[in-house]
Design a protein around this ligand. Structure first.
Ligand code: FAD
Length: 387
């Protein structure tokens, strides 16, 4: 087994360090505090070719894989820039369009998406169905002429109003009428400015530049050109997107953990309150060292999951374990870092406490840790289903 990165992979991992010279954490925090999408940074990342990391070269992308996407995302998070919109836009939308889109759809969306000219969001969650996606009620109803009307609502959709298109998980057959609960799903590519689409912002207590929205669909017209893949086979596409989402979010977490630990080490080596720097106290060292160990272990599993995904090998177990371990590692690392900073950790100036809500979010979303552990217990270990 070879753990070494190629020169190109090292360069991708180190990209965050060069980006941060122009767009540093202070820029990101300013955008987050003003709830302004970091558009200048996003466009620079697009111009440098990273939005289309996983998109084939023929459609304007880099034609690389999940591992490269992980390295890129880890590198950004390492320097304090957990750019979640890349997760949704690039990994959750451009990749499935590349894999399942018609030639027209690929031509329409991929080159513009890679250039950063258009953005995507991904809408699964519904207020009533929650974690149980099977019970989604957003309905795509055929109108008889090969066209459809979309009705329903989604919630917590990140960057919905800033995005040009939304990949919407719909049901073309209601849950109560399907033989298998995974039947009757269809993914629709919806223009966010289409007639009948309405959005209301949800204010969340997390320092992040993306807004979340409740999205309402009221008789939105959908043509065959808006359907991704086959009508009724959308669950397969959704299922394929879930492992990449977990892998990428794990890399956001490990990066955030490294950033918090790096800041703590710097501070603890300088801060003197008794004799010598506080970093000499084992009581502070051990939680930091545990945090570092957890972060690096999680990173290894994340890279393994990405490596398997790129080889089209089963990676459900590894993706779930990586997401679980990385969220926990980030939470523990940030907590250990916060303790080192004493009162300063809670100030806006030092910005350590600000890291916590996002790391904590990733224990709950996009899939809560309980469901991740349910998966591991049932599908990896063979225990009975608990719900
Ligand atoms: C900031 C933010 C951004 C988001 N962005 C998006 C987005 O872009 N697109 C999108 O579609 N969604 C998005 N979401 C939604 C997110 O994915 C959901 O909030 C999450 O999946 C949990 O669903 P829920 O809130 O309905 O919780 P519920 O389903 O009500 O679950 C509540 C809690 O119950 C527990 N639980 C549920 N089921 C089980 C079980 N079987 N066993 C054990 N425990 C269980 C878990 O602890 C869970 O946290 C976002 C959410 C937030 C807060």
């Amino acid at each position: 087994m070879d753990f070494a990165l190629s020169d190109e992979q090292k360069m991708i991992y180190e990209y965050g360090q060069s980006l941060v010279k122009q767009f540093d954490r202070a820029y990101w925090v300013d955008c987050a505090e003003n709830k302004r999408f970091p558009i200048e940074m996003y466009q620079r990342v697009a111009a440098d070719g990273f939005i289309g990391t996983m998109v084939p070269e023929a459609y304007g992308g880099a034609g690389l894989g999940m591992l490269e996407m992980v390295l890129f995302q880890e590198g950004l998070s390492d320097v304090g820039i957990p750019l979640l919109s890349l997760v949704v836009g690039a990994t959750m939308s451009l990749s499935p369009i590349g894999d399942h889109g018609t030639e027209e759809q690929k031509q329409q969306y991929l080159p513009a998406g890679c250039k950063g000219d258009i953005r995507f969001c991904f809408a699964i969650t519904e207020p009533d169905a929650g974690t149980n996606t099977m019970r989604s009620t957003t309905l795509l109803k055929e109108t008889g002429d090969g066209r459809y009307r979309l009705n329903g609502r989604k919630t917590f959709i990140s960057d919905a109003a800033g995005s040009d298109y939304m990949l919407v998980v719909t049901r073309n057959i209601p849950y109560s009428e399907v033989k298998r609960k995974t039947d009757g799903f269809t993914i629709a590519i919806v223009d966010t400015k289409a007639k009948g689409v309405e959005m209301h912002p949800i204010d969340v207590s997390i320092l992040m530049p993306e807004w979340q929205y409740q999205v309402f669909f009221d008789d939105v017209e959908i043509g065959p050109e808006n359907i991704l893949g086959e009508v009724g086979r959308g669950f397969d596409i959704l299922f394929e997107s879930l492992n990449p989402e977990r892998i990428i979010l794990a890399s956001v977490c490990t990066g955030m953990g490294r950033y918090a630990l790096g800041r703590a080490v710097e501070y603890a080596n300088e801060r003197v309150v008794f004799n010598g720097p506080i970093g000499a106290y084992q009581a502070l060292q051990h939680p930091l060292a545990k945090g570092k160990t957890e972060v690096e272990l999680a990173s290894l599993m994340t890279r393994k999951a990405a490596w398997l995904f790129d080889r089209r090998l089963p990676c459900g177990a590894e993706s779930n374990m990586a997401k679980y371990a990385a969220a926990e590692a980030a939470i523990h690392a940030i907590d250990a870092s916060l303790q080192c900073f004493g009162g300063n950790g809670f100030t806006k100036e030092y910005g350590i406490f600000d890291l916590y809500p996002m790391a904590r979010l990733l224990r709950t979303a996009p899939l809560n840790s309980e469901m991740v552990l349910n998966y591991i217990a049932e599908h990896v270990m063979g225990l009975p289903r608990s719900y």
